[in-house]
Design a protein around this ligand. Structure first.
Ligand code: SF4
Length: 697
């Protein structure tokens, strides 16, 4: 009777997966937990199949409900009590710190963690562990766009305007983005744009599901987007489409950009990229001669050793046309992970403190140390980007112990076999997760943590909109929250400062720590989020407005102006050659998410996308003697993947593609290049040199 009286229970929350953070309602019907879409400005009542099936993992048979421990390196993981597991972690951390110093312990976080967890993890690393080594998988997601945005605009917010602005754009240029598969409800905004007579142009080496809907598809050779952007600006300047007043009043550094893009003759860029001059000219015209134009980049443009400069080239184009800050116009980046935006604002990035402050800024250090109740001199300095952190593990220069929260680098890291061997070399690997991910399989200690429907918190979506994630139920017996784990470890390490386990208390502290920083959350309360459809940062004053649109009057740089920066095309880190004659690129499919540790376990998603594959053009397949479904090997200098061939005339004949969601033989990241962008630390996931073979027999 009492149970019936309290059921059904409902929680208005958001999808656990991508940065669109679609609104959904969770309902506990006593026999199942049901998901229904909810009207929210990002998804407008839509969900993709990942969202519809997200609740299946809550009571999945693979769910971890007890800590696991490995007694010896050659032993199997065995169940253990929480006390035994936490004691083992604390003892192991003490031993490594005593022998090698505090920087011998590293922390690896995730772009799916709530703001509260990302904040607590950064504080735990700096205060409890006193290590400079913390970074997170968001480094592999959009750090290039973040660095370019900071450089040009003085702030990094994925979209500096609400998503609904896309629907009002006369021209929308999508570069290396495939939202039809990665975040399908976003297409509702594109449908608005189409209904209003707007034009969609997609730049992608593959004719993706998104490119199929475009009015124009530019299909450049992977790694030539920067040259394409410079050519578009070259044409705009030649045609006299420069917004002179805007450039004079609101920007600096244009002259050098003008001189640089003068070298990017469209005919030469056609030879380099394969994009016809006529398409370049038409695209420049469509962007420059309309009232409202938006340019968006995503991973296809960003995951390169020149990712920061590629994004900069598109920002230069947007600035020259006077787009940023103009209503319904601008430049933005489509962030990938659920809290890719918030996850990088609150201190789990190697170079940052909460509020998107720089960790090497003395004023920022003093402010945050004050909130944390520690001496600023005791805060470590900047660490190194994610791949450098992982690649040094177990070596003389690297950490000997690693704590992983919400990430699966065995599948998602570039040159993954090498990262896997680094993880095996550690003195102590601790993984907090709710499933036995491929990384958890290597751990000495696995800590079972709560899922998204079992704890409160906030996420910051791709628009910089801070949202409420609401708990539907308590975690199952045996499971703790990440905040509980951090507090328990801090206590065992006799750490100074408080580590609250209540996410509301953590958010209150986060507000104080972020106050005055670029990502200022001081005026954002959970109640305020509840009263509206989220709150856009910066929001410094509880009684003042939030900021849906940035850059209307000024840019948050010292002089208030945006900064042009001249950038030049350069080849990929690994050019093709006789031995490795093909370009290899990676991406996602609709029914899987990131490393797939979660979505591969959901029945409907596994049926929809059961295994990895290699996409290649029929002409290439013909030359190699490969038929549809044949097993092929894709071999690079770093390793190989094996998967069935999928023939498609929509990919360039000189390029092969594989999705990166699968482990084992089909692991795409066995092949990818670990060369990184010198500014952002972003690995070059999107291009390396390979050969494709058909194995004998
Ligand atoms: Fe979830 Fe993203 Fe799909 Fe929306 S688009 S349901 S947020 S995975």
């Amino acid at each position: 009777g009492a149970r019936l009286a309290t059921l059904p229970r409902e929680a208005a929350t958001h999808c656990p997966y991508c940065a669109l953070q679609c609104g959904m309602v969770l309902r506990d019907t006593a026999t199942a937990i049901e998901v229904a879409p909810r009207q929210f400005p990002t998804n407008r009542g839509g969900l993709c199949q990942k969202g519809w099936t997200a609740a299946e993992l809550l009571d999945h048979p693979d769910r971890l409900t007890t800590p696991l421990l490995r007694d010896r390196s050659d032993a199997e993981l065995r169940p253990a009590s929480w006390d035994e597991a936490l004691d083992r972690v604390a003892t192991g951390l003490h031993a490594v710190r005593d022998r090698y110093g505090p920087d011998a312990v590293a922390v690896f976080g995730g772009g799916g963690l709530t703001n509260e967890k990302a904040y607590a993890l950064g504080k735990f690393a700096r205060v409890a562990l006193r290590t400079r080594h913390i970074d997170y998988n968001g480094r592999w997601c959009m750090s290039s766009a973040a660095a370019a945005g900071l450089r040009a605009f003085g702030v990094d917010r994925g979209l500096p305007f609400p998503l609904a602005d896309l629907g009002r754009a006369d021209t929308l240029l999508l570069v290396g983005a495939n939202p039809a598969e990665t975040m399908p409800p976003l297409l509702r905004h594109l449908a608005d744009q189409r209904a209003r007579g707007g034009r969609l142009i997609v730049v992608d080496p593959r004719l993706t599901a998104t490119a199929r809907q475009a009015d124009r598809h530019l299909q450049p050779l992977p790694g030539t987007d920067l040259a394409v952007a410079n050519a578009l600006l070259h044409i705009a300047l030649t045609e006299g489409w420069l917004d002179r007043a805007y450039v004079t009043d609101r920007t600096t550094g244009f002259d050098e950009v003008r001189r640089t893009v003068a070298e990017y003759w469209p005919a030469e860029v056609e030879r380099l990229s394969g994009v016809p001059v006529a398409d370049l000219e038409a695209t420049a015209r469509d962007l420059a001669t309309v009232d409202r134009a938006v340019i968006l980049t995503a991973r296809g443009a960003e995951q390169h050793t020149k990712g920061v400069d590629t994004v900069t080239a598109f920002i230069n184009l947007a600035l020259a046309l006077g787009l940023p800050g103009r209503p319904g116009s601008g430049y933005g980046c489509l962030t990938g992970q659920g809290n890719g935006q918030g996850g990088r604002e609150h201190g789990q990035k190697a170079d940052q403190l909460p509020g998107y402050r720089r960790i090497d800024d003395p004023t920022a250090r003093a402010h945050v140390a004050g909130v944390w109740g520690v001496d600023p001199a005791d805060l470590p300095g900047p660490g190194v980007p994610a791949y450098a952190l992982l690649d040094a593990l177990g070596t003389a220069d690297g950490a000997r112990a690693l704590l992983v929260f919400g990430s699966n680098p065995v599948v998602s890291a570039p040159r993954a076999a090498r990262v896997e061997s680094r993880l095996r070399d550690l003195d102590l690997l601790v993984v907090a997760d709710f499933l036995r991910s491929e990384t958890a399989e290597l751990a000495d200690v696995v800590l079972p943590v709560a899922q998204w429907a079992e704890e409160d918190g906030t996420m910051t979506n791709l628009e910089g909109r801070v949202l409420r994630r609401r708990a539907l139920r308590e975690p199952p017996p045996g499971v703790r929250t990440d905040l509980d784990v951090l507090a328990a470890l801090a206590e065992r390490l006799a750490a100074p400062g408080d580590f609250p386990t209540d996410p509301g208390a953590v958010f209150a502290e986060l507000r104080r720590a972020s106050a005055g920083g670029p990502a200022d959350y001081a005026g954002i309360s959970w109640e305020r989020i509840d009263a509206d459809t989220g709150v856009f940062w910066p929001c410094p004053d509880p009684a003042g407005p939030d900021t849906p649109r940035l850059f209307a009057d000024r840019f948050p740089t010292e002089d208030g102006r945006a900064r042009f920066r001249a950038v030049r095309h350069r080849p990929a880190a690994e050019p093709v050659c006789a031995e490795y004659p093909l370009h290899f690129t990676t991406g996602r499919v609709l029914a899987q998410y990131q490393s797939g540790a979660q979505t591969r376990r959901v029945d409907a998603l596994r049926r929809a996308a059961p295994e990895g594959f290699v996409e290649l053009h029929p002409d290439l397949a013909g030359r190699l003697g490969v038929a549809e479904g044949d097993q092929v090997r894709v071999v690079s200098r770093r390793g190989e993947l094996r998967a069935p061939a999928r023939l498609s005339p929509t990919i360039r004949p000189d390029t092969v593609f594989a999705p990166f969601h699968w482990p084992g033989a089909a692991r795409a990241n066995s092949v990818t290049n670990d060369a990184v962008d010198p500014v952002s630390g972003m690995p070059e996931f999107k291009i390396c040199a390979v050969r494709v073979e058909k194995p004998c027999g």
